[in-house]
Design a protein around this ligand. Structure first.
Ligand SMILES: [Zn+2]
Length: 833
């Protein structure tokens, strides 16, 4: 028997669950009645439960005994006699704990404005932790209706998936709250939250009442979420052309939350910074993040909740699709945010991991559910959504939409494999979607397309892009969009490029060629030197995404050893007139990587100042009244980069002068964020002041700004202090791994940080759940000057549920170390020329 899949003997159709959480003792007790259909005569009933004591189990009027198997997280129920096929009622009485590991049924705490401490009981079940709250068939395929009842102390707010339909005061003073039945859905989507919360007045979201649930005093911070949530819920119902299946929608801010948010049907839980925001003081990026997370979760109400993957191998599609949907929904709502431009750096992030030999196919077989934990990474969210975007552009937006609608209708309240979506899209489009997507989904990596001219023909060659080429002959079916100028005419050609080489004969002389025109393809382009020069000559006529791609692709080729760093830095000097925020993020990202890889060099700092100062000067320090959000954001980016990587004395001095205005909230939020980072990074701000601002922050965004500035301080003693706080609970577990990650990337103190990291490894394993521990690895690549030591450390350890991530981060570190060896000399030569 597969120890990870329940035997297909009994099938639940309905659960009636009553839970009594005790917030003071961090325990709960519960009863449940499950309607089960047994398909064939059975000796026992097997279902999932872990860290739960079963006090009583009955099947109809038969009393069953329980045996636990903690290894497989199952219980077996039997009375020794056979269970006949047919409908049965299974009743269980049980108790469990409210843990502090941010999964299952868990405790979260907060301190209110008056300094009083409060406890919240809340849930996070994906992937396999519903079994920590109630015994169940805890696999996505076992969909059922859930009738939830919570018994809670008076005065607390209780929320579950369905709307509250009755409340009764019991003799012991507690309140019994009954919630409406859920639609048929998977166990991982069940949720309950109990705590001293308040809810906003319900607003109408296309016939569905929507509220935001939060701590008292946070009312103002919920306004944007109410607006965005109501908008997106209506928008998705319209896009999918299918009504939302729940009877209400609550968006709930949880003080301690491992992920960004969780798409529990009708009761979506969020970390506070992903839901609550003050439009007056938040930066453009912070507001956009809230919008995107809300859109993402609400997109899941259909794609994920209504139609669900059969097993965890399909979780990538769930997440890739919701990420893609968050982008198109936001782009439709706020076109001025240029969402697909801001998506470009996210695509680039996945292309870094995916250029490693240790990358993985987007979809892979999952045997144990915990293997799916490794799927929650950039490849699933960002490569996956990039591929969906490429496919949507290839098929056409309306054809794609229609295919998705067909897919959802065909599998309503049921479960699917990835191929079911391709089939629906094939039906809608008449295109070979399955075979095109197969080459992208089932093998890791992506292609590079080399473009050149040969006797008047355009020649494109594809081969895999890697930092360390493995020489394999993988071919992709690339939806290639070529734009080229021939004679006086601009042409556009769309072809599925599935051979090693393709030639396009053009009658008139070709002046220029752009591969991946429009910038939505998931591949890199490299041009022959003469073609590159011709593209640069018409730089001002390229779209912003094409300009972004030109920089990002060339930078990747520098890391991979295909291009000299001098040629790249020379290319950047052609972008002095650039005004688009996203294009500058590509430039600044490469500068950041150089800053973290090579020894500090006044010549490089001068290069950074020469490159960025003209653009920064054009913008000045204060926004103009009618300036758009992205221009404001660009100002912050340039100030931050000049202060941090350009060692710019003037910028730093001005930043210190502006600090009082930051504390008063009278400065533009983008400039404020930059000032905080620049002054912390240079060690010019007062750590104590930043720490107290962090502690007394009134918005999650303000809290994060000061918190994530603390690890930037270069002073050794402060690095030690910040590290200690990440482990002793003064920094919430949900944020602490990010703080550690930033400490490792502290250019002035990486040696100290690494020693602390290794010395306290076991403490971190104890303090951080595996999914969070993994987040400390993201900046290992900055340690290229101690690569051997980092390798030696991880060679002696297995990092549970993150083995793949460790291998990937070590290979990236190697790639950066090789780059450092190769390019140090080139960099000196270029900068002294
Ligand atoms: Zn998601």
């Amino acid at each position: 028997m597969d120890p990870y899949r329940l035997p297909k003997i009994a099938f639940p159709s309905r659960y009636d669950i009553t839970l009594r959480p005790d917030l003071d003792t961090a325990t709960f007790s519960g009863t449940e009645t499950i309607r089960v259909t047994v398909g064939e005569p059975a000796d026992e009933i097997i279902l999932n439960a872990i860290e739960i004591d079963i006090e009583e189990a009955t099947l109809g009027d038969r009393s069953l005994s329980t045996s636990h198997d903690p290894e497989t997280e199952r219980i077996r129920l039997s009375d020794g006699a056979q269970i006949p096929p047919g409908e049965h009622t299974l009743s269980l009485r049980f108790s469990g704990i409210l843990n502090d590991k941010l999964h299952g049924f868990y405790r979260s705490t907060f301190t209110d404005a008056d300094g009083r401490d409060h406890v919240v009981a809340t849930t996070q079940f994906e992937a396999t932790d519903a079994r920590r709250a109630f015994p169940c068939w805890d696999e996505p395929e076992y969909k059922a209706v859930f009738g939830i009842t919570l018994v809670v102390p008076e005065g607390l707010l209780a929320v579950s998936n369905g709307a509250e339909i009755s409340r009764t005061k019991l003799d012991d003073g507690t309140i019994r709250i009954l919630f409406s039945d859920t639609p048929r859905m998977s166990t991982y989507l069940v949720a309950f939250v109990v705590g001293p919360f308040v809810a906003t007045e319900p607003v109408d979201a296309g016939g569905v009442p929507l509220r935001v649930v939060h701590q008292a005093g946070q009312e103002r911070l919920a306004e944007f979420a109410v607006e965005a949530g109501a908008h997106y819920l209506r928008w998705f119902a319209d896009y999918y052309d299918i009504p939302y299946q729940g009877d209400k929608m609550d968006l709930i801010a949880i003080p301690d939350f491992a992920f960004g948010a969780m798409e529990n049907l009708g009761a979506v839980t969020f970390r506070e910074s992903a839901l609550l925001v003050d439009l007056e003081t938040a930066s453009h990026g912070e507001v956009q993040r809230v919008s995107e997370v809300i859109a993402h979760e609400l997109a899941h109400m259909w794609f994920g909740d209504y139609v669900t993957m059969k097993w965890w191998n399909g979780v990538w599609l769930n997440e890739a699709f919701a990420t893609f949907m968050e982008m198109i929904a936001q782009d439709a709502w706020k076109p001025e945010w240029k969402t697909w431009l801001s998506f470009a750096p996210l695509r680039s992030r996945s292309m870094i991991t995916d250029a490693l030999q240790a990358t993985r196919p987007v979809e892979f077989p999952v045997v144990a559910p915990h293997e799916a934990d490794e799927m929650f990474d950039v490849l699933t969210y960002l490569k996956g959504s990039s591929l969906v975007r490429m496919l949507q552009r290839f098929l056409g937006e309306e054809v794609f939409r229609k295919g998705v609608e067909t897919y959802l209708e065909a599998h309503a309240f049921a479960n699917t494999e990835t191929s079911d979506l391709w089939a629906a899209l094939e039906q809608a489009s008449g295109q070979p979607v399955g075979s095109v997507m197969e080459s992208w989904i089932f093998s890791g990596g992506y292609p590079q397309v080399d473009i050149g001219l040969d006797n008047g023909s355009i020649v494109a060659r594809q081969h895999r892009f890697q930092y360390r080429p493995s020489g394999d002959g993988d071919l992709w079916q690339i939806p290639l969009t070529l734009a080229y100028g021939a004679g006086d005419v601009v042409h556009r050609t769309d072809v599925v490029f599935d051979t090693p080489e393709i030639r396009i004969d053009v009658e008139d002389p070709v002046n220029w060629v752009l591969a991946n025109a429009g910038g939505h393809g998931y591949y890199r382009s490299r041009y022959s030197p003469d073609l590159l020069e011709r593209i640069l000559e018409r730089l001002d006529r390229l779209s912003a995404l094409d300009r972004y791609g030109l920089i990002d692709d060339m930078w990747a080729c520098v890391i991979a050893g295909q291009t000299d760093i001098g040629a790249y830095l020379d290319l950047l000097t052609r972008f002095g007139n650039e005004t688009e925020h996203a294009v500058w993020t590509a430039i600044v990202e490469s500068i950041r990587q150089i800053h973290h890889t090579f020894d500090p060099s006044p010549a490089f700092e001068r290069y950074v100042r020469d490159l960025l100062t003209p653009a920064a000067k054009r913008l000045g320090w204060a926004p103009h009244p009618e300036e758009d959000g992205l221009t404001r954001r660009l100002r912050g980016l340039l100030i931050s980069a000049l202060g941090r990587y350009g060692n710019d004395g003037q910028v730093r001095a001005r930043a210190i002068e502006l600090l009082p205005a930051v504390f008063d909230h009278t400065l533009d939020p983008e400039v404020a964020q930059a000032v905080i980072n620049v002054t912390a990074d240079a060690g010019l701000a007062d750590y104590e002041t930043f720490f107290s601002e962090y502690e007394r922050a009134e918005t999650p965004q303000d809290e994060n700004r000061y918190l994530y500035a603390l690890p930037l301080f270069p002073d050794r003693a402060l690095v030690e202090r910040t590290f200690a706080m990440a482990l002793d609970g003064r920094i919430r577990t949900q944020n602490a791994p990010f703080v550690v990650e930033l400490l490792l990337a502290n250019r002035s103190a990486s040696r100290v940080a690494w020693d602390l990291y290794t010395h306290h490894w076991d403490d971190q394993v104890r303090a951080f759940p595996p999914s969070l521990l993994k987040r400390t690895l993201g900046t290992l690549w900055t340690l290229s000057d101690m690569a051997d030591e980092v390798h030696a450390f991880f060679d002696r350890r297995t990092v549970r549920h993150a083995e793949k991530a460790v291998t990937q981060e070590l290979e990236r570190l190697d790639a950066m170390a090789a780059f450092r060896d190769r390019a140090s000399e080139q960099l000196v030569v270029y900068l002294t020329e």
